[in-house]
Design a protein around this ligand. Structure first.
Ligand code: FE2
Length: 300
């Protein structure tokens, strides 16, 4: 690994498999270097049933099957951010296939905010140690012989990253498909103007760059989709096509966010995801519990 700032060559074409989770609208990915069969997993989902409190590994096991079928070795498990809509399967997958779990260095800020909300004790330190690696903006790393780069794209959360690998970018929660628009910017540490600038950064990449979104919430008229391009986004993204100014975007995003409900799984998800996919430590009966802070979310 190096911390050089030069972008990876756009000529490389990683092999990319997508795993769409219809329950949460999340899309997880396995990207692989065809030459070495080294791979990275992006944003894996641990199924969670809120009513029963049961986790399941249906989605993660699809990824394990793919890894086995393709004879891939996992080097990295990459999180674009601490998701608020699903629990991460990073830990479950690491226990089975290895790989280093990584996220952006600003996860520390997110951990500090939610440590306070959940009133976590001394067993949870907001210093990122739960992850194997914290990426800085621009940091490059290898997946087999492919060169990859972490790009800070804050706005949805302060720790959001996009991952650029060859001609592909995993954009996390910045843009969605062009007909859906962009991610919300009203979570703790979120900011619409910052998100706009992050999106413009991604849209400055070559027009043919392939963009892979983290979620799809398709309108009723089409099936779920997750791959688009810089050119398509610049031409027809509902919120940030070329010509939309920062001020226009901030007004639109702020008005829209005021109408959005809190995600159904935000409280269960965040307390697992800031632990890099570990469930909270089991109590003396061997059972792990999630906390639900009452009348506290949104108060800082
Ligand atoms: Fe998100």
């Amino acid at each position: 690994m190096s911390t050089q700032r030069s972008p990876p060559p756009a000529s490389a074409h990683p092999h990319i498999a997508a795993f769409h989770d219809p329950q949460t609208g999340t899309v997880s990915y396995v990207l692989a270097d065809p030459a070495t069969r080294q791979a990275a997993i992006v944003d894996p989902v641990l199924d969670f049933d809120l009513k029963s409190g049961h986790t399941a590994t249906t989605q993660a096991d699809r990824i394990l099957s793919h890894l086995a079928e393709q004879a891939l070795t996992v080097q990295w498990i990459l999180e674009t951010h601490a998701h608020a809509d699903h629990l991460s399967a990073a830990r479950y997958l690491q226990e089975r296939v290895g790989g280093r779990i990584a996220i952006g260095e600003h996860i520390r800020e997110v951990q500090a905010v939610f440590r306070k909300l959940y009133n976590l004790g001394r067993d949870f330190l907001p210093d990122g140690r739960q992850f194997d690696h914290l990426f800085q903006d621009g940091e490059t790393f290898a997946i087999g012989e492919l060169s990859a780069q972490a790009l800070a794209v804050p706005g949805h959360t302060p720790a959001c990253l996009a991952y650029r690998v060859g001609d592909a970018v995993f954009v996390g929660d910045t843009m969605f498909m062009p007909d859906v628009g962009t991610a919300r910017a009203d979570f703790p540490g979120g900011d619409a103007a910052t998100l706009y600038r992050s999106i413009r950064r991604l849209l400055a990449l070559p027009p043919e760059t392939r963009l892979f979104v983290c979620h799809d919430y398709p309108p009723g008229s089409r099936a779920p989709a997750w791959e688009t391009t810089v050119a398509e986004q610049r031409a027809r993204n509902l919120h940030v096509h070329d010509g939309v100014s920062e001020a226009q975007y901030v007004a639109l995003r702020t008005a829209r966010d005021a109408q959005l409900e809190v995600p159904a799984l935000i409280l269960p998800s965040i307390q697992v995801n800031i632990r890099a996919g570990h469930l909270p430590p089991a109590e003396d009966n061997g059972v792990s519990y999630l906390k639900i802070p009452l009348n506290a979310l949104g108060r800082s």
